[in-house]
Design a protein around this ligand. Sequence first.
Ligand SMILES: Nc1nc2c(ncn2[C@@H]2O[C@H](COP(=O)(O)OP(=O)(O)O)[C@@H](O)[C@H]2O)c(=O)[nH]1
Ligand SMILES: [Mg+2]
Length: 205
Amino acid sequence: MTQLPRRKRPNPLFFCSAASAGDFPPPQGEEYAVFGRSNVGKSSFINHALERGGLARTSRTPGKTALANFFRVDETMVWVDLPGYGYARTSLSERDRWSKLIRDYCEGRENLMGIIWLIDIRHPGAGADLEARRWIGRLALPALPVLTKGDKVSRGQETAQGRKAVEALRLPEEPVIYSVRRHASRELFWKRFERWRGIHKGRRR
Ligand SMILES: Nc1nc2c(ncn2[C@@H]2O[C@H](COP(=O)(O)OP(=O)(O)O)[C@@H](O)[C@H]2O)c(=O)[nH]1
Ligand SMILES: [Mg+2]
């Protein structure tokens, strides 16, 4: 197998927050959505994977990010931190606006190449994720599953939880196990991401 070239340290840049589709920036380069339940660790993941603490705001209070936030990762790629789904305590109208934002983005964004789908390693197959699974399936977009908070289970449980996730959510591939408390996660993630990106590139919808 050929070795992937070593990654350059990213120099990410936050450049846009959008509350609705009218605020989306003009599409440029490939876009990847970071998607998952509220509090699953999306912002922490973005900061860790892109090696920039404080880039995406992290919060102990779930359900706060009502915006789609756009980050330029490098010359070729943008990541979009989408609002989290499945947060019960927001008002219905707020929820409607969020899901409309997610829908408008995922269904209409012409340069969206795939979804980085974050799932809590402790609860694979929770209701909101099952719903998300059906929805992602209908979108016919490639999804790279990432189990977050890997440090919350023992090493032994990691494999078991991974298997559970594959079954419960009918994952298209083995999930990447991630923890922001482990340096090694970053390297593992990027290897998997670049491979996944390479496979799906050129197979635009
Ligand atoms: N132990 C542990 N906690 C994490 C990890 N990733 C995120 N968290 C915590 O989970 C909470 C929610 O994280 P956040 O990134 O704001 O989630 P978001 O709502 O999906 O953006 C915060 O308290 C984080 O510190 C992880 O890998 N390990
Ligand atoms: Mg967040």
